[in-house]
Design a protein around this ligand. Sequence first.
Ligand SMILES: *[C@@H]1O[C@H](CO)[C@@H](O)[C@H](O)[C@H]1NC(C)=O
Length: 217
Amino acid sequence: MATMATLYLFIVLLLLPLPYSYADPDPLQDFCVADLKSAPSVNGFPCKLASEVTSGDFFYDGLSKEGNTTNLFGVNVNAGNVLAFPGLNTLGISMNRVDLAPGGINPPHSHPRSTESGIVIEGKLLVGFVTTGNVFYSKVLGVGEMFVVPRGLVHFQLNVGDGKALIFTAFNSQLPGAVIAPLTLFASTPSVPDDVLTRAFQVEDDVINGIKSKFGL
Ligand SMILES: *[C@@H]1O[C@H](CO)[C@@H](O)[C@H](O)[C@H]1NC(C)=O
């Protein structure tokens, strides 16, 4: 009987669709420190000559300082991606530092190339995302608590604590990209036509112009 059960389990396992989740491709060598100035354009960046690689290529202190949150959203996102930290090239990971003023928001946005996880270092935040089925998941997080946002889904972090807030986020992409909903729709270059926005949001021109003016347009 035990053998039958084992066989049955084995067959079930074989029939299960294999879960896979990868973002950036795997490296084919130890490292490929990005040569950001290389002329040839490739998917990613060409490698710096190994003879020119130094310890400095594998360390980055750009996320050590508090960001300036004196802006419209009360947020500063410091992206430690391959453009800032070329040692990440081909390794499929990166991190951001997000500082939020009291009441500040990292506005609804998505990362087209990456799933995100994050951890609260300071403060209290409402963290949430919406699925492609339009279901909203959220929670208020305190220090040391983590969250995850599945790849490509629209999400935000709102500082709901009394003081400033700080989170660090991690990505399975060296360049996750960010589609920031309000800026994408209301502050693109050139502008998305007002007709598109008035129809999409079911409002009059003055509402659209009011929003655009907030972003200096
Ligand atoms: C922060 O940014 C604001 C707006 O750009 C600027 O006026 C202010 O001087 C900056 N503060 C610091 C400490 O750099």
